[in-house]
Ligand binder design. Sequence first.
Ligand code: ZN
Length: 276
Amino acid sequence: MSEKLHATATLFICPICQETFSAQEKRFVCPQEHSFDMAKQGYINLLRNAKKDKHYDKRSFEERHQILESGFYDHILEAVAQLGLSETKNQVILDVACGEGYYARQLAQMDKNTVLAFDLSKDSITLAAKKDKDKDVAWFVGDLAKLPLADHSVDLILDIFSPANYQEFKRVLKPGGKIIKVVTASQHVTELRQAALEQLQTKNYSNAKIISHFSQAFPHYRSNHVSQSFPATIDILKSFAQMTPLFFHVNLEKIDWKNIDQITIAADILVADYHD
Ligand SMILES: [Zn+2]
């Protein structure tokens, strides 16, 4: 059983009646007696009608896990930690659509903050929670469009390569809280894109629309660019191709791998303060 999850029960609201939960031994229960069991892997499913994830693929989860654990995204993790963590106060951090859960696990180990992380996919959360050996993170299955969290309960929202719902984000953020959104930059995996250029439907990737959408919700944002290139073997390059949606339709057999020996991981990190 996850003590972390148990301790955070009062930050959550019941997805049926929106009243605040309290934690009993192995479940969250609201005043109307709606009850949700904590899973033994250390997460709670707060989705009323959890659908089976048709596109879920355990192999691509493990692929992503290996790449993340190998450090290819550590410069992004470090930038997020530097921009988001506070030296003076303990924060409630929410990792939105966390998928494999790498950032949540890493940030939970860095200091005494309370880290909540969720995804729509129960399969992802089950595996993400399993990788969290010390049960540092409060994991849950939930819907981005209807977060099962109390109004103004979160200090910091992390939206890392994930979709967003700014109306919900503003509802759950505390006044004086902060949002960090990480968006793929145009030079991201540029080596792979050059090699597969003939097969790509989108020849030039731009994040302008995503940034414009963010700026409408948070006009006074700051932007930070991070980029790092790493030596990469063919196996690593293939893993990147398999985890990047842009390449899902690409025939990897047709790529001339021997001319590529590195990979660039680049992102724009948008930061905004939230005031009522
Ligand atoms: Zn209820």
